[in-house]
Design a protein around this ligand. Sequence first.
Ligand code: PLP
Length: 388
Amino acid sequence: MDKTIYLDNAATTKIDKEVIKAMLPYLTDQYGNPSSIYSLARESKKAIESSREEVAKAINAKPNEIYFTSGGTESDNWAIKGIAFANENKGKHIITTNIEHHAVLHTCKYLKKYGFEVTYLPVKENGIVDINELRKAIREDTILISVMFANNEIGSIQPIKEIGKIAKEKGIYFHTDAVQAVGKIPIDVNELNIDLLSLSGHKLHGPKSIGALYIKNGVKISNMLHGGGQERKMRAGTENVPSIVGLGKAIEIATENINEKNEKIIELRDILINGLLEKIPDTILNGDREKRLPGNVNVCFKYIEGESILLMLDMKGVCASSGSACTSGSLEPSHVLLALGLEHEIAHGSLRLTLSKYNTQKDVKYLLEILPEIVQKLRDMSPLINQN
Ligand code: PLP
């Protein structure tokens, strides 16, 4: 195959041509600073506000509840630090999970230096939080629950509605990192009682380094960046107009007929999962079989290393991942896989394949042809298999 087969859509996605088309005027003739008062600038301002409406519509929020940021990492940082510092007089306890993205985990760790206490909820074998554990963890001084909507490695979807209900009953703010979920599954922040939600453009066929934080009206939060009066004085800095326009277009496309579009992706995912489990012995599926993102496949092949599989796949033109892109390069197995209770040796043999609307039956067929051979070749060389 001389073509690249891209199966790493949880790391980033190919930008949609329609998105580029929408952005182009704001990279060329429409360069006005949205804070200025002449008509060239007003065009930029108008474009930002129309994008804000699109983002709000996608999650059933109000436009004035959407704040543009530089991406998922900034949104997570802002939500957690912003709630912590604005509400520390009420309490200094935060609840999260041990499978969050590092944008959440490292932010929580940082807050410990300021006297905050963090409870990390464990997950069950299927990568889903136990609601009873959450109830038990809540204290008088809990000010925030931060649980991701869907996991970036194993695709498990959390019981967000139940968590939102509990948080509301207890008067605790609820943040969800929905970077992997927005544009992949339908989300309604009101129905789910979400107070803060992080999203990112490059995971939904939009540009990189653009995202948003939804902050429900009335939520007490401090701002992240200090400076000019942009984003209603909450997030200073001249707006990234072309990318904001791109995010608006990308989210509009991603959420249009979402269920219909998912059918095709789910079909490909299931062919891939079933094919791998059937064709390759000693293969474990990570994450829940049903409550998982439409495009997520994550498996462990016993006795071999994920990194070696990636190298061999790369030689065949396939882009995939072992653990998350942010942790690759490190020798430690993924914290998410370890949280499922997998042994280190098994977790090392993980492979994540994530599909998008651009993948085809042909891609999946090709992968199911080449992967059994690759795994066999590596197992033939593996010192681990010979011990058994
Ligand atoms: N949260 C999750 C669950 C993610 O998967 C990622 C990116 O991989 C992020 C946050 C960070 O988003 P960004 O790359 O936009 O900073």
